[in-house]
Structures are given as structure tokens and as C-alpha cells.
Design a protein around this ligand. Structure first.
Ligand code: AMP
Ligand code: TRP
Length: 322
């Protein structure tokens, strides 16, 4: 089995990114993993080049700080081989299926200044996955449609040009697959919200800021602690977060509390304790940029070498290489 996943540096990473993505990437396994900062995906809407560079570096450091195998971490644009199969897959995908992607429908369709890359983006994401022969794609709850498309494209390519790509499986999170915004618990906690958004816990927020944000989380006026996503989204979100921090199923967590105050306090403590070691490791890495450069260069070289045979096979199959 080979696992591949990427994180788009479109904001400062959140607790949702940690629980739904990074922490899972760091789970011990014997299989090869490829985890990259998807910087090329951060240009599908208007972007600031300086901010992109800063966030790309920060995200790479956070991947390393989260305890991923060092050799598995790299930056997407440093491996040009991602862009090549993306074009082959644009020559495989249909306009109709790309038009149905929710992200395109919500952010771009019908607007005159929509970048073409927002439309073709799922082909690049499929390339990211298929290039490494991944059979496992660990992502949080909102990437299903894109992974599904990667599967469809792999199947279609294989059917048209002969067996070339491994058909990947989506691997969804079992807990905290969708951490909610603390102030708007019907929406996901999103790194691309404004930096100052008070409902978003950032991986690099100080303990004080994390605690303050949790203590101000929206609950409801019915004062019973119960796991009920429909009727009590705010409380349920806190239970999910505390459950993910402690490893206790959220329904069992609920049974231990009678007041929202206690639940919030323990959730704040849980989040701080969870992120503290990652923040400490981040500070060490940030203080040693040369070592980080070396690690990222090694990750890039390993990914490039691993991708080559798959890229060549696809080029041959489609008639671009003999
Ligand atoms: P995104 O922040 O949407 O670019 O997602 C990067 C990775 O983190 C993907 O695997 C997402 O599914 C995961 N992720 C993002 N936000 C959350 C969240 N609020 N809860 C759980 N997983 C998330
Ligand atoms: N599109 C993903 C996101 O926004 C990030 C991503 C890019 C990705 N390429 C990928 C995830 C390949 C998994 C596999 O979250």
C-alpha cells in the first residue's frame, strides 16, 4: 500500500487540518507515504505570491513538526512531474464531470474572472495521487468528490490506453473528520477563513489564544451535554474535539459532563496538550532553516525518483513516448 495526500497552503493550518489530516499522516506504518504542500493548488483563485511563499514554508514545517516520516514530506512545485500527468488527465477528463465539482460550482462557475486552473484543478489533484501509484488517500470529509474523480480518471485511462494507473481508495477519518467552526458550528473549521477569525483554532495559536477561543465557543440555551449533531451542533463539535484529543468516543465523553463550562475547560486543556509538542518541534525546526532545506530537498528527490516509472508508463501508454 502507498499513501498520498496534500495540504493546500491557503491559510494557517487549523486543528481541523491536524485531526483530519496531519495526525493521520503521522500514524506509524511500513508503507511508503508521500505528503506534500500543494502549493500549485493555492493559485486557483487570486493569490498573493509573498503570502503563498510564507504559508508554503510554514505548512512544510508543520508537516515535519507533526511527526510525519521526514523523507515523506516535500513541496509539490519542487517535483515538476506533478504537472505532466495533470495534462494527460486533462486529456482524459470531460468538461461535464469537471463542471459538477462542488468547489468549482461554489467558487467559480459563471464568474468572468474565474481562473481556468480552478476548473482543471481536480486533474492536477488526480495527477498528485496517480503519480505515486497510491492505493490509499487519507483526507478529511470534504475531498470525497475529488478523490472519486481521480478514481474515475484512472479507470478511464486504463480502459482506453491499457493498465497504467492504480485505482486509489479514499480513506476517511474515523473521528473528527469534520471539525466545525467554534462560532458557526454548522460550517467546517477552515484555514482559508480570515486570519483573525475567532472560531478557528490554528495549530500555531498560543495556549492562551486557544483557550480563549474554546471558552467562547457557541453552545446553546438547553443546558444538557449531549451528542446530537442536528439539534446541538456546537456542543457536539466540542465533544468531537475532546474525543479526538483524548481517544475517548465522543458519546462517552458526553456522559461525563453536566455543564458546558467544564466541557469547555477540558476541551481547551485537551487541545493545548495535543498541540504543545507539535508547536515545540515547530520552533526547533524554524530555528534551523538549513536542516529544513536539506530535509525538503531529500523529500523532493525521493518523490521525483519514485514518480519517474509511473510517469514514463503513462507517457508511453498515451503515445507520447516510445
Ligand atoms: P483544506 O484545509 O480544506 O485544504 O484540507 C486539507 C486537509 O485537511 C484535507 O485532508 C481536509 O479534508 C482536512 N481538513 C480540513 N479542514 C478540516 C476540518 N475542519 N475537519 C477535519 N478535516 C479537515
Ligand atoms: N485538494 C486538497 C485540499 O484542498 C489538497 C490536495 C492536493 C490533495 N492534492 C492532493 C489531497 C492529493 C489528497 C491527495 O484539501
Amino acid at each position: 500500500m502507498t499513501a498520498v495526500s496534500g495540504i493546500t497552503p491557503s491559510g494557517h493550518l487549523t486543528l481541523g487540518n491536524y485531526l483530519g489530516a496531519l495526525r493521520r499522516f503521522a500514524e506509524p506504518t511500513d508503507e511508503p507515504g508521500f505528503y506534500f504542500v500543494a502549493d500549485m493548488h493555492a493559485m486557483t483563485t487570486r493569490h498573493d505570491p509573498r503570502r503563498l511563499a510564507v504559508l508554503t514554508r510554514e505548512t512544510a514545517l508543520l508537516l515535519l513538526a507533526a511527526g510525519l516520516p521526514e523523507e515523506s514530506v516535500f513541496i509539490q512545485s519542487a517535483v515538476p512531474a506533478h504537472a505532466q500527468p495533470a495534462y494527460l488527465l486533462e486529456c482524459t477528463a470531460y468538461v461535464g464531470e469537471l463542471s459538477r465539482m462542488v468547489q468549482y460550482k461554489e467558487k467559480g462557475r459563471g464568474k468572468p474572472m474565474t481562473r481556468a486552473s480552478l476548473f482543471t484543478y481536480p486533474c492536477l489533484m488526480a495527477a498528485d495521487i496517480l503519480l505515486y501509484g497510491a492505493d490509499r488517500v487519507p483526507v478529511g470529509g470534504d475531498q470525497d468528490q475529488h478523490v472519486e474523480l481521480a478514481r474515475d480518471l484512472a479507470i478511464r485511462f486504463n480502459h482506453t490506453y491499457g493498465q497504467t494507473f492504480v485505482v486509489p481508495e479514499l480513506q476517511r477519518a474515523t473521528t473528527a473528520g469534520r471539525v466545525r467552526d467554534l462560532l458557526t458550528p454548522t460550517a467546517k473549521m477552515s484555514k482559508s477563513d480570515p486570519d483573525e477569525a475567532a472560531g478557528v483554532l490554528r495549530m500555531l495559536d498560543s495556549p492562551d489564544v486557544l483557550r480563549r477561543k474554546v471558552m467562547r465557543a457557541v453552545t446553546d440555551s438547553d443546558a444538557t451535554v449531549r451528542h446530537d449533531e442536528g439539534a446541538k451542533p456546537g456542543v457536539t463539535n466540542l465533544l468531537e474535539i475532546l474525543g479526538a484529543c483524548t481517544g475517548i468516543p465522543p458519546v462517552e465523553v458526553a456522559a461525563r459532563y453536566t455543564s458546558y463550562g467544564d466541557l469547555k475547560k477540558d476541551t481547551a486543556d485537551g487541545v493545548v496538550a495535543l498541540l504543545e509538542p507539535v508547536q515545540a518541534r515547530y520552533a526547533e525546526l524554524a530555528a534551523d532553516p538549513d536542516s529544513v532545506d536539506k530535509l525538503l530537498a531529500a523529500g523532493r528527490d525521493r518523490a521525483t525518483a519514485f514518480a519517474k516509472p509511473q510517469l514514463d508508463a503513462a507517457m508511453r501508454a498515451i503515445g507520447l513516448m516510445s
